[in-house]
Design a binder for this molecule. Structure first.
Ligand code: NAD
Length: 275
């Protein structure tokens, strides 16, 4: 009798031990370092075939070697995600080799130099929007039709708490991340009928190469440690690390997430819960 309520098979223990993403073809942009690297390694450890998209060939091949050393499967693509034509060729070659794309993680981004609207230029603005927002649209546009064909897919955008609060001097970055949050909702509505789940993750402060500005890790300065850690502005009293966020991405890509779309998961150690 109760079976009528259980319309979808739950993951079986056997499936879990094979990995949460066993056999899935997953694309990660900006896979060469920081969060993209961590997501790629964890996806491979969960049994996925990971397509590493990255514009820095050196870090790209390091991550490919790391995946392989851990017994995982990956392919690497030296790609600037703002190049729509080249991005399309990469997607085509993935579909040619593997016949499907299950997950797209739109992670690549830059952190432009801190400047106010009085200081930055139109070119600065356009470059940041192109990498941090337009590439998210382009990757999703190129991959979604392949997911529609199979009536299955996950698209995960990496936003930021800067998408809804600002420290100033990063207007284009804020606007791109805010744009991603609302694009998540719009895509969730449009792609829901095809069983494509679209969600976003908003990390707080993470210690990654992006946090190193002029040689200084912004999450290790005395001011950061005093205000965010010692005084508890971050209730968990530490900065985040890529591994703190990549597990959330794995959840969104996995079969444990199946009735949630259009949502933003904030992974910030509690920062946005404080005054
Ligand atoms: N580090 C943080 O504190 C923090 C906080 C909130 C959100 N985020 C977001 O998390 C994501 C990952 O950030 P991270 O800290 O790992 O950054 P990172 O700078 O360490 O890594 C970003 C990667 O993206 C690649 N990339 C940049 N532009 C590209 C392009 N045009 N084409 C292809 N690859 C490109 C870089 O080469 C790099 O390997 C980003 O979307 C970022 O905005 C980071």
């Amino acid at each position: 009798m109760l079976e009528m309520f259980y319309r979808m098979p739950l993951p079986r223990r056997g499936d879990v031990s094979m990995g949460l993403l066993a056999g899935q073809v997953c694309i990660v942009t900006g896979a060469g370092q920081g969060l993209g690297r961590s997501v790629s390694l964890e996806m491979a450890a969960e049994g996925a075939k990971v397509m590493l998209l990255e514009r820095n060939p050196a870090t790209l091949h390091t991550v490919e070697a790391e995946v392989s050393a851990a017994g995982g499967i990956s392919r690497s693509f030296d790609l600037d995600v703002t190049d729509y034509g080249a991005y399309g060729s990469v997607v085509d070659s993935i579909v040619r080799e593997f016949g499907r794309i299950d997950v797209l993680v739109n992670n690549a981004a830059i952190n432009p130099p801190a400047r106010t609207i009085l200081q930055d230029t139109l070119e600065d603005w356009r470059r940041t929007i192109a990498i941090n927002l337009e590439s998210v649209y382009m990757g999703s546009k190129l991959v979604a039709p392949h997911m529609v064909e199979r009536k299955s897919g996950r698209i995960i955008h990496i936003a930021s708490i800067q998408g809804f609060a600002s420290s100033g001097e990063v207007g284009a970055y804020n606007a791109a991340k805010g744009g991603i949050i609302t694009l998540t909702k719009s895509m969730a509505v449009e792609l829901g009928p095809y069983n494509i789940l679209v969600n976003a993750v908003a990390p707080g402060f993470m210690s990654t190469p992006m946090s190193i500005i002029n040689g200084v890790n912004e999450t290790e300065t005395p001011e950061f440690l005093e205000w965010y850690v010692k005084k508890g502005k971050i209730p968990l009293r530490r900065t985040g690390y890529p591994e703190d966020v990549s597990g959330t991405v794995i959840f969104l890509a996995s079969n444990y997430c199946r009735y949630m779309t259009g949502q933003l998961l904030v992974v910030d150690g509690g920062l946005m819960s404080t005054f």
